[in-house]
Design a protein around this ligand. Structure first.
Ligand code: HSE
Length: 312
């Protein structure tokens, strides 16, 4: 029997201005999955955490990804997985994507790496669809690939990895749950041309800033005139957190994915820690429980470790 351990990192989708098209992988937090190959076509799920996620494979994000891999390959292959989530569901830091991407990479590894990255992203998007009602790859792509991903298109899939400077990332997760499906539901379906122009200027500026290692350009491009004004009302203390983090020296930031987490980019760890203190101060004052991470950009994406090889 062969067992592998998979580490699937948290991710920050959207990167403020790039709704559904930009995302970045984090070194912390990170989900852990132990996966074995079965010689019968079924999926067995165990949870090793307090989140009580469904163990019915059809209702579990990792489960539907394993099922979609099995449908593709046919035969008598199945998977048994123990999931230890450290990325809280509904936190906005890519919890469902970590389960989905982790499952896709694990299955592929156990099957002898028969699928390419685009195929893995396709499998994993089935998990995102279950979680949020819509296929989107801005968490999954950076989770699998590491670094920053640009999702130019999902039909057909066209994903570009963008080299990023060694940025420090501070995340605060106020302990409320925002369901991605709900946070998508409230968005306006139309945008004004003047807002679109401003937004695509920012997206292009952010991508150029990452490529040129121009931190000031990155900072001033972290502006969202379309999604943030609508979604930020779901996040208590959002404006205050943003203002005080900027004062503490953050390059910029905003809602992480669909929230409620807020992330900020900083050029060094000292600033990232000062930003964390600013976030804490706001939520202490508001009396809202929170959790913070001070981390860096994960450059390698989902990683796999062989833990047991027993020959029968
Ligand atoms: N781009 C998605 C959204 C990410 O903002 O709805 C969800 O994590």
């Amino acid at each position: 029997m062969r067992k592998i351990k998979v580490y699937a990192p948290g991710t920050v989708a959207n990167l403020v201005c790039g709704f559904d098209i930009l995302g970045l992988a984090l070194n912390e937090p990170c989900d852990i999955m132990e996966v074995t190959l079965l010689d019968e076509p079924k999926v067995i799920i165990h949870n090793r955490d307090e989140f009580n996620l469904p163990t019915d494979p059809e209702k579990n994000v990792a489960g539907v990804v394993f099922l979609s891999v099995m449908e593709k390959i046919g035969g008598n292959t199945g998977f048994e997985v123990t999931i230890e989530k450290h990325i809280k569901p509904g936190s906005g830091i890519g919890s469902s994507a970590a389960s989905a991407a982790g499952a896709a990479v694990a299955a592929n590894h156990l099957l002898g790496n028969i699928f390419n990255t685009d195929e893995l992203i396709q499998f994993a998007m089935n998990g995102e669809k279950l979680a949020s009602g819509v296929k989107h790859a801005d968490n999954i792509a950076p989770c699998i690939l590491g670094g920053v991903s640009l999702i130019r298109s999902i039909h057909p899939l066209d994903i570009i990895s963008i080299p990023s400077p060694d940025l420090h990332v501070t995340v605060v997760h106020p302990q409320i749950e925002v369901r991605t499906a709900d946070a998508r539901q409230i968005l306006r379906k139309q945008v004004l041309l003047k807002d679109a122009i401003r937004q695509w200027g920012n997206i292009a500026g952010l991508v150029a800033g990452l490529l040129k290692n121009d931190l000031d350009l990155i900072g001033r491009s972290l502006e969202d005139v379309i999604i943030e004004p609508v979604r930020s009302i779901l996040i208590p203390g959002f404006d205050e957190v943003k203002a005080s983090c900027k004062e503490a020296g953050a390059l910029g930031g905003g809602i992480s994915g669909s929230g409620p987490s807020i992330f900020m980019l900083s050029k060094n760890e000292t600033t990232a820690r000062a930003v964390e203190a600013a976030m804490k101060e706001v939520y202490e004052r508001l009396g809202i429980a929170y959790y913070t991470y001070v981390t860096t950009v994960n450059q390698k994406g989902v990683s796999v470790e062989e833990i047991t090889i027993v020959n029968h």
